[in-house]
Design a protein around this ligand. Sequence first.
Ligand code: MN
Length: 164
Amino acid sequence: MKKTVLAGLLSVSAAAAMTAAQPALAEPDKGQTIIRGGEQAAVKGSPQFFTGSVRIDPLYPANNAMRSSGGSVTFEPGARSHWHVHPVGQVLIVTSGVGRTQEWGKPVQEIRAGDVVICPVGVKHWHGAAPNSAMTHISICEEKEPGKVVEWMEEVTDAQYNGN
Ligand code: MN
């Protein structure tokens, strides 16, 4: 059983704690797996990787046959990720609220529920909530190697967050 789901998004201790609650994995020789809501404990986004209050609700892990994993990430107003890149890219599906995202060297953009953001391989970016609204997105990443879905960089300053 692979035990690396979203490890890059989590603090080391949280990732370690999650392994105990890892759901059964869908393998080709088995039937469907239904991971029930509430089976996987939510974890707090580590201040090593996030500014402000962030909660990660794991959705599904990668396995030996499928390299993507998914999680729902909720940012309280003003909260955001640090700058980072994804070695195999990322898809963000905004499910509620209003948020912000930015590519390095480009303007801050507003994102809203229903928006889908495709972050290409290796493009430095951040994502988070708007100043006055929480934002939740589903994040889907593929692993380049087991457990490797993100490379973290420096924090997003208030000036950057505010588009200055
Ligand atoms: Mn990202």
